[in-house]
Design a protein around this ligand. Sequence first.
Ligand SMILES: [Zn+2]
Ligand SMILES: [Zn+2]
Length: 313
Amino acid sequence: MKCDKCGGEAVIYQRYSGMHLCGAHEIADVERKIKRRMRKERMAVPSDHIAVAMSGGKDSAAVLSILVDTFTTRSNIKFSAITVDEGIDGYRNESIPRAKELCDQLGVPHHVISFKDEIGYTLDDILKRERKEASCTYCGVFRRTLLNRKAREIGANKVATGHNLDDEAQVVLLNIMNGDIERLARLRPSRVQEGLIPRIKPLMDVPEREIALYAFLKKLPFHMGECPYTSESFRGEVKDMLNDFEARHPGTKYSVLSGYENMVDCLKEKYPQVPLERCEVCGEPGIRGVCQACKLKRRVKIDRRSGDTHSAS
Ligand SMILES: [Zn+2]
Ligand SMILES: [Zn+2]
């Protein structure tokens, strides 16, 4: 197959656009989509300090690399990378060195914080005992809190994540299927909350498989493994369903995202954003009283204690 732009050897067929593209034109297409989104939402402005959430996977590698490439000449934007080590044996110990390698290549300061140091337990530890929630609940809540705190500590005013089109479409459908429309509204916060570093998602218009291809074509160091806990999530089922739809009806993922963008203003009117308060325990921003992270942390501790009594008797 030939590239529709230059006649060179095609490496991908984008069914949703009907185009065959060679490596160079695929790279250009991915970067065009990212830059368009960044411009549209003014994701990077002079004097920003953007902390990139680096897992060491393809998405975060792509986001860090393109941000640094695009804005290096505009010297008044600063970048840092933060990796949260959840403590997942056989997974994080492979991906963290890749994250570090890319940061070194790009000359970006790299900060690593771990569940073990900050919460007292690795995710593996937590899941061995306490299973009242799905693994992604603990992971997601703790990761978000640690990332936000670290970003604030290093003086970042934005956190960039590697969420791609698939992630975005999945989370929209997931919230609809859970009937959690308030959470759907909160996916696009309209104003900055005290203590909460705003998130930007530059990759949200790029399908996951094209990010993987991009990272591969650009020879970025990244880890290919998948989190061993993903298979147990409801989200995994939504992902499969969406991929199945996309295969039979190309463009479905884009339709889910644009449909969501068309209704989000109505949702935000129905569910106005509540100002966050400080958590009574840790001082981090939260809905009211004790934050989600502290509640989960307390539960893990209690369960651990009763678990210990059990094993002793
Ligand atoms: Zn081409
Ligand atoms: Zn708290």
